[in-house]
Design a protein around this ligand. Sequence first.
Ligand code: SAH
Ligand code: SF4
Ligand code: F3S
Length: 471
Amino acid sequence: MENTEELKKQLEYIDKLTDVVTGLKDRLGRTPKCAVVTFGCQMNARDSEKLCGILIKTGFDTDADETDADLVIYNTCTVRDNANQKVYGHLGTLKARKKRQPGLKIALCGCMMQEHSVIDNISKNYRFVDLVFGTHNIFRFAELLYNMYTSEDQIIDIWDSTDDYVEDLPVKRKYSYKSGVNIMYGCNNYCTYCIVPYVRGRERSRDAKDIIREVEKLADDGVIEVMLLGQNVNSYGNGLTDGISFPALLLEVEKVEGIRRIRFMTSHPKDLSDELIDVMAASKKICRHIHLPLQSGSDRILKAMNRCYTKESYLALCDRIRNAIPDVAITTDIIVGFPGETAQDVDDTIDVIKQVQYDNAFTFIYSKRTGTPAADRVDQVSEEFAKEQFNRVLDAVRISAGTRNGILTGKVVEALVEDISDNDPSMVSGRLDNNSMVHFTGGSDLIGKIVPVKLINAKGFYYIGEMTDSI
Ligand code: SAH
Ligand code: SF4
Ligand code: F3S
């Protein structure tokens, strides 16, 4: 539920924190610098924009590098153990720096902080961390930061769940022309390998009118592309008393003037409806890209993962999508090395890769997450076997993506210019409707604009192009 009392309280804390930051500025003789370091998915990226909104509003410079900031915030991810280890690695470096620079403040938030074992570890072994909070109370950031600056003690505030969310707090978008929009929080799917439902809580959909109001405000502010965010957008609306379905929500977002592109992430294959395919096929604004995590192509493993679809039903779904939207790009996530997985199971996964011809796939080695059902299984596979199988899957992905890359060569398409190209300052990088990138000659004046580009040739995952006058 949207909580207006809480909003009022947090706006008061923003004022109080502003006074604290002004005092800090006087002492330092310059604007205090903050670095927000984000790990993990789009949800975390969006949360970090909320943190930055409050930091800027209260007087921080948020462009600082981690190595010379006065305040460092890690917004953490715990979906795989390596995400976890990265944070501990960074903390080791910060500990040494804090000895030299006692004024340095360190805050941790995000999914990893929702794990009890992590909190135990930090409260015992990382006493130099000043503030720890979780995913459910991020809307209290101004209050928490105020408390941190006015106290000597380590502050740890973690909630197990929440029914509240607070909208209308300041947000600083990373990109002026595009934005993520949360349409739901949490996840109810309990895939047996996955920790997300435990750290993000149960699934809660936002009211459609709040979402549309946010998209309208973004459009007024110059945003032309929105990405609707949820762990399983296809179950949007479940649990709302007067809720609408995800395709119906898309139709509403499509009506918002100024918005020219709509993306969404992520689609669970079990809930992707024909209605959604029809809405996408008929739409001028919804991008031709579906991220459709497969995880495994083996029915046995899919069942053990609690994914609720089969190889056959997944392939049939991809066929329906491709038939209705011929130019669609399909991408996926794959896990290799799930407990009990054999080479024959991986053959099934490779078979799906060959049949679907993914435009791209993110392949992960299974990571055991404490508290999930799969972690308790006795048939964990060896690291060596998992790596071998992982390489087989990677080869199949490379071949499939290779046949898809370049299919648009010679065409003139629209690209949304995102940035100056990393490798060549005389070029810009633009994103196509199907999520591929194109690099072409152009200047920073093009950033945030949609322009027609002729795709000259394909180089792996991207194109080299040339701006033209019209489509
Ligand atoms: N809600 C999204 C996924 C979010 S997590 C969905 O269901 O599609 C992003 C990806 O991380 C997942 O698709 C999965 O491939 C991977 N992942 C999740 N838990 C993992 C684990 N324990 N080990 C390895 N990869 C994992
Ligand atoms: Fe994790 Fe499954 Fe939920 Fe995705 S749908 S977040 S993989 S539990
Ligand atoms: Fe990671 Fe949390 Fe996203 S665990 S993948 S940041 S929801």
